[in-house]
Every structure is written in C-alpha cells, then in structure tokens.
Design a protein around this ligand. Structure first.
Ligand code: PMT
Length: 403
C-alpha cells in the first residue's frame, strides 16, 4: 500500500520511543521504505540497532559520525522523504521546531525537508497541556505541520490525562490516509453525495432500545473517500464512536429508522447520489413506554411493527439519481442481494457476507460483491473499507459520467 514511499521516522527521547519500533515494523509491512533518525536521548531508550534491523536501513543519530557505508547526506534524506513522521515527539523537540532551532541531526533534517511532517506527541499531561507547548503546537499546525492527537490515559509517570502516544494503529492510519489523500484524483468535484451510516436505535422505553452491530466504519470510510475525491458529502449517521470526518458539507445525527427516513427524504432533492450503508432496523416496538417498564415474574412480550423500507421508498422517487444499497447477508448472498437491487430500484448493491472473517460489522476490512441492476457481478478480495469505498465511488462516477 505504501510501496515506493520513503518515510523518514524521527524518534525523540521519551518512554514511548519503544512504541516507535512497532510503528516502523508496521509501516515496513505496508512496503514503505523507512529511514530512522534518532536524537541522542532517544538512543537512551531504544538501541539504534533495533530500528536498523526493523527498517533495513542505517539509523542516523549523530551529526558528525555517520556510518561509513552511509552514502546519503542528511540533506538528501530530507529531500528524499515523501513524509516525515516524528514518533514520539517530546515537548523539547516540538519547542525546538517551533523556534527554528536545528542543533542535531533530527531537527536539521526536519528543517531541511519539504515533505509533510506528521508529529505524534507523547509527554506528561501537565507538559502537554502547558500553554507554551500548546502555543507551539498551534504555531506549527498553522504552518502546515500535521499533529496526531495523543490519547488520554495512565501515563508511564503515573499521571492520568492526555499525553499518551496515540495508538500505534491510529498513527499508521494517519500516515496511510495522508498518502491516500495526496494521491487521490479529484474526480468527484462538484458531485453531491449523501451517505447513510451506522446503526439505528429503536427505543422501547427511556432506558432500553433495539439496535444492531453496525459501527459506522463502512459508511464513514465511503464519506471520507468521497470528500477526498472532491465531492460535497452529506453524512447521515446513527450513533457511532467514530470522529465526524473532516470536510463534510453536512453531518446529520439520527437515532431511529424513522429519523433516518425523514432526513434522507428532506435532503434527497439536494443530492444526486445516495449510498445507503446504514444498518436499518426493519422493526420497532409498536408502542413506546415513556416510563421504564417494570420487571414482573412473567415473561415480557414486546410487539414489533414494521419500519418503512427506506431504500424502497427512495427507489420509488428515484428520478435520475444514482441509488446504491448494501446487502448484509448470512446466506444465499448473491440471490438475496439480487432481489434487493430490483425491489429497491437501485443502480447497484454492495453485498457483504457477514459470515466471512474480515467482512461486515465493525471490521477495518470488508469482502464484497457488487451486483448491478442488470445482474452483472463484480467480486473483490478482502479490502480496507476505504478501498471498498473507492470501488463504490468509481462505479458511481462512471454512472454519473455516462448519464
Ligand atoms: O457499520 P459497519 O460496522 O462498518 O458495518 C457495515 C455494514 C455491515 C453495516 C454495511 O456494510 C451494510 O451491509 N449495511 C447495510 C445493512 C442492512 O441494513 O442491510 P439489509 O440487507 O437489511 O438492507 C438492504 C438495504 O436496504 C441497505 O442499503 C439498507 O440501508 C436498506 N434498508 C434496510 C431496511 C430498511 N428498513 N430500510 C432500508 O433502507
């Protein structure tokens, strides 16, 4: 995924330096070419040999004693970088960078690079929240440096609060997203796309509800890719733990299937494409109890009534819009999905087989088959949900262009 990309990883002296080993190893597995530059204090935490072995490249940590076999000057390394990742970045390093101090190999190389610098800070909570550090971060952000927000939790020093190095997988995701967005064709500029995502919630009483296992990851991934490709995106989402993607034209939070229906209908005319990846409850409790239902000795029956089939309703008023549905199946995947594409008047449907590992709910990946209205089927291997998003958007673009 990161083939042909050169990433220079700068490691500064904090306890989280050991986590940088995992970052380097994971970037290497994505086929990136990695060069590590360490500060003197970083070498107190992790031996350069570890990074040398993980990156398969010499580690640079001394301005004046470069390895004899090292052919590339640090300025050339700065030029060679497609991205610079500082992990972990201490308050001291951030302070030097913000003040233009270049007094060691890392600060000199970062100062000399024109590549995007991505900074993953890690430090004690009081240091991180200190106004000087925060001002430095703001100054650097304004200058175009990207920051990966640290996590909150118990730090190595025992304090609890923000300052913990972001999760390694989140750091990798940031880097991958940066490259994806950089290399993205803006082929959907001006296109208005509405995407539904996440689960619906059907309330039983003020305390209980019926929902499903959708995390929203699939819909959010499509939304992010559509934004990256230049579209004006409206995301209508059930409750999720995900951050609202940046760059959306509109974000609408919904709870129930009725909420989703109302919002999709009211935004329908303003969009030319609707991608329905939300997992919608087919049933809701027939009546809502505004008081908490008390338990009794006997069993409890909750009568359910049918929710609207939203995709079917939108299919009836389709006009010349592009409608895309999803089919979440556990058996007879193709047969069931093919029925839905017809019944709901969709241009195509994305079928995921929920029984396959790495497909469906809450995973980072999905395994899908795309079935056109005329029955043509495209099968895909296991892909990241962002990659599935691109496949869907490629098809949407082709349909729009041929209209
Ligand atoms: O959110 P994630 O954790 O990433 O998981 C992704 C996903 C599995 C939820 C997603 O990939 C997916 O399959 N979404 C559709 C789930 C679903 O409701 O499937 P369905 O086969 O029941 O419905 C078919 C289509 O009709 C869907 O586009 C659905 O949005 C729509 N529908 C369903 C019921 C209903 N009452 N109204 C609808 O509009």
């Amino acid at each position: 995924m990161l083939s042909n990309k050169t990433i220079v990883v700068g490691v500064t002296g904090g306890i989280a330096a050991y986590k940088a080993c995992d970052v380097v190893s994971k970037l290497k597995k994505l086929n990136a070419n990695i060069h590590v530059v360490m500060t003197e204090s970083a070498c107190e935490f992790v031996n350069p040999m570890t990074f040398q072995t993980l990156s398969n490249n010499f580690v640079i940590n001394d301005m004046f004693k470069e390895p004899k076999t090292w052919e590339v000057e640090h300025i050339e390394l700065a030029k060679k970088a497609d991205a610079f990742l500082i992990v972990p970045a201490t308050a001291n390093f951030i302070g030097k960078l913000a003040s233009g101090i270049a007094d060691d190999m890392l600060t000199t190389t970062v100062m000399a690079t024109r590549a995007q610098v991505i900074v993953a800070p890690a430090m004690n909570t009081n240091m991180y929240t200190n106004k000087i550090v925060q001002d430095n971060i703001h100054k650097l952000s304004d200058l175009g440096y990207m920051f990966i927000e640290p996590a909150s939790g118990r730090l190595a020093c025992g304090d609890i609060g923000p300052g913990k190095l972001a999760d390694v997988d989140d750091i990798i995701k940031h880097v991958v997203t940066f490259f994806e967005e950089k290399s993205t064709d803006k082929d959907l500029v001006g296109r208005k796309i509405m995407i539904s995502a996440g689960p619906t919630i059907e309330a039983i009483d003020p305390v209980r509800y019926i929902t499903n296992r959708s995390s929203g990851k699939m819909g959010y991934a499509i939304a992010k890719r559509a934004v990256a490709r230049g579209a004006q995106v409206t995301l209508v989402s059930g409750k999720t733990d995900l951050d609202i993607p940046k760059g959306l034209a509109k974000f609408i939070a919904i709870e129930s299937a009725d909420d989703l229906y109302k919002n999709l209908v009211s935004e329908f005319d303003s969009n030319e494409v609707v991608i329905q990846s939300a997992a919608v409850a087919d049933y809701k409790p027939k009546s809502y109890s505004d008081k908490k239902i008390k338990k009794k000795d006997s069993d409890l029956c909750i009568e359910l009534s049918r929710n609207k089939d939203i995709a079917h309703e939108l299919g009836k008023i389709k006009g010349d819009k592009v409608l895309v549905g999803f089919a979440a199946e556990t058996n007879d995947v193709l047969e069931n999905a093919a029925k839905k594409v017809k019944k709901k008047n969709l241009d195509f449907i994305v079928a995921n087989d929920l029984t396959k590992q790495g497909a469906g709910f809450a995973t980072e990946t999905n395994i899908v088959k795309i079935i056109d209205a005329d029955g043509r089927i495209n099968e895909y291997p296991k892909l990241l949900k962002s990659e599935v998003g691109d496949k869907i958007l490629d098809k949407v673009r082709d349909i729009l262009e041929n209209k």
